[in-house]
Design a protein around this ligand. Structure first.
Ligand SMILES: CC(C)(COP(=O)(O)OP(=O)(O)OC[C@H]1O[C@@H](n2cnc3c(N)ncnc32)[C@H](O)[C@@H]1OP(=O)(O)O)[C@@H](O)C(=O)NCCC(=O)NCCS
Length: 172
């Protein structure tokens, strides 16, 4: 498994948008498949925030994670940027891909000079805590309890070292 910038694999945008929309589309009324596709196409034009990193195995796409300016509008006063859209294909789960994606996003944020990275989660507090994230706030989003967590990317990178097998350029 390796991490690559989405800009290196524009052919993956359609599949990834469908997976993301299937996973989270019901949560956002106005977030259509076209909107998901357009966001990822935008991410493929840059490696600075907002952008997306892919988890690849050979030519197979296994998952992704995004660094976003804002994840939920109701939480934008908490700061920016956010880690979001962490996704691993169901058949590829439990093999460490989720961890690799989160650590790669944190390392990328460190390289981009992000002082503090945040996320919100409904179900995965323990997973992120095991990767060095700290609980910042427990709140609710549209009536659903969520946990806001944060990490200082430079500190995490100093602790873990740079992840291997990472290709950061958008084009060959
Ligand atoms: C969350 C997700 C990305 C994890 O992907 P994955 O490839 O299975 O993750 P990993 O294999 O790296 O798992 C890492 C560890 O976290 C553990 N873990 C996974 N989900 C967890 C959870 N909800 N709570 C606690 N631990 C969890 C795994 O058991 C594993 O532990 P281990 O290293 O001790 O064996 C994947 O389940 C997914 O795509 N889910 C649907 C989308 C989603 O919920 N995204 C997160 C939004 S906040």
């Amino acid at each position: 498994m390796r991490i690559e910038a989405i800009g290196r694999h524009p052919a993956c945008i359609g599949s990834l948008a469908r997976w993301h929309h299937q996973e989270w589309g019901a949560l956002y009324d106005d977030w259509t498949l076209d909107a998901a596709t357009a966001e990822l196409a935008g991410h493929a034009t840059r490696t600075s925030v907002p952008t997306t990193l892919l988890l690849m195995d050979g030519e197979d796409l296994l998952g992704s994670v995004s660094l976003l300016v804002e994840d939920a509008p109701a939480l934008q006063d908490r700061g920016s940027p956010w880690l979001g859209s962490l996704f691993v294909l169901p058949e590829a789960r439990g093999r460490g891909g989720g961890r690799v994606l989160v650590e790669a996003a944190v390392a990328h944020a460190a390289r981009e000079g992000v002082a503090m990275l945040r996320l919100f989660t409904l179900w995965h507090e323990d997973f992120y805590a095991s990767l060095g994230w700290q609980v910042e706030e427990r709140t609710s989003l549209h009536g659903t309890p969520v946990v806001i967590m944060s990490i200082r990317p430079a500190q995490r990178l100093a602790h873990t070292g740079a992840p291997p097998d990472t290709a950061w350029t958008t084009h060959d």
